[in-house]
Design a protein around this ligand. Structure first.
Ligand code: AFP
Length: 281
């Protein structure tokens, strides 16, 4: 696993450089979900593929930017599902973006995740790893090494509310839930980048991030394999929870690698509230 973490660090340094200095324009192509790809999405995907390719413990790569998985080493143990540059449209307006990696065994179902990693490219570059040993944060230093900063754990209850999706398409039930958090004193923190938004909740001790099913996207927007499962794993390892409204996200089994799901990530108190709101939905 350490070899994979090291490869992610190497990729993160190159991706950070690409975000800062390379072409931010749109390409002529679309990804599997139908989003028009930015030059940056394509480039970051290529960086990761090149760095992962020689690692013999990796059997296969599945990128959010590609329709089908890409086989690597037949005898490899791990399948990696990744989003090379999540929130890439935010790079244009100089907000933080991120890369997300799920390290699976056998297939891309939540319960087969062995580790999850994300990198935030903001004023600082930070990498967070989650595995059996807990959730650890590292920061990129001037000598291009990643230094351990701290372990991350969530409190039972937080103060931040990050509600995703188009508000006019929320169900009345969801609207009521979001408003009830504000009525309890929670504060709005939503940038539109899943990585920095979830990172902020983790570092500030807790809160709730939601991306529900809406009238325009009944199964939500966020993809299980590349975004939802890795973060569900991080939140659980940090002492929080992650559900689709009713069910634990990591118990879901996608029928296709690009499947999406409604999702809620948070500390225990907030998830309890989501569960009771959505119980009779
Ligand atoms: P982009 O990669 O298209 O910018 O989308 C980012 C993202 O997948 C995720 O990072 C955000 O949490 C979510 O979309 C934001 O979506 P809304 O703008 O619909 O809330």
């Amino acid at each position: 696993m350490q070899e994979i973490y090291n490869a992610i660090q190497t990729a993160a340094i190159k991706i950070d450089y690409a975000i800062k200095h390379e072409d931010k324009g749109y390409s002529q192509s679309q990804n599997a979900t139908g989003d028009t790809q930015l030059q940056l999405d394509i480039h970051c995907d290529k960086i990761i593929e090149e760095i992962f390719s020689p690692i013999t413990s990796i059997k296969e790569l599945a990128s959010e930017e590609k329709e089908a998985p890409h086989p690597l080493h037949e005898k490899g143990r791990y399948l990696i599902g990744y989003d090379p540059l999540d929130g890439s449209s935010l790079a244009d307006v100089n907000l933080s973006v991120g890369s997300i990696f799920g390290i699976y065994e056998n297939n891309y179902s939540g319960n087969n995740l062995k580790a999850a990693v994300y990198v935030v490219y903001g004023p600082r570059v930070e990498m967070v790893t989650a595995d059996e040993s807990g959730v650890k944060m590292f920061r990129l230093e001037p000598d291009n090494t990643f230094a351990f900063v701290k372990e991350i754990t969530l409190n039972e209850k937080g103060k931040l509310n990050a509600p995703g999706g188009t508000q006019k398409n929320w169900s009345p039930l969801h609207k009521e839930l979001v408003e009830s958090f504000f009525a309890d004193g929670y504060r709005l923190r939503y940038s539109g980048g899943m990585v920095p938004d979830l990172h902020q909740i983790l570092l500030k001790g807790g809160g709730i991030f939601s991306y529900p099913g809406t009238s325009d996207v009944p199964q939500g927007k966020l993809r299980m394999t590349f975004e939802v499962f890795p973060f569900a794993y991080v939140y659980e390892q940090a002492g929080g929870e992650a559900i689709d409204g009713k069910q634990r996200l990591l118990d879901l089994i996608p029928s296709h690698i690009h499947d999406t799901t409604p999702c809620f990530f948070g500390s225990k108190e907030e998830i309890k509230k989501v569960r009771s709101s959505y119980a009779n939905n």
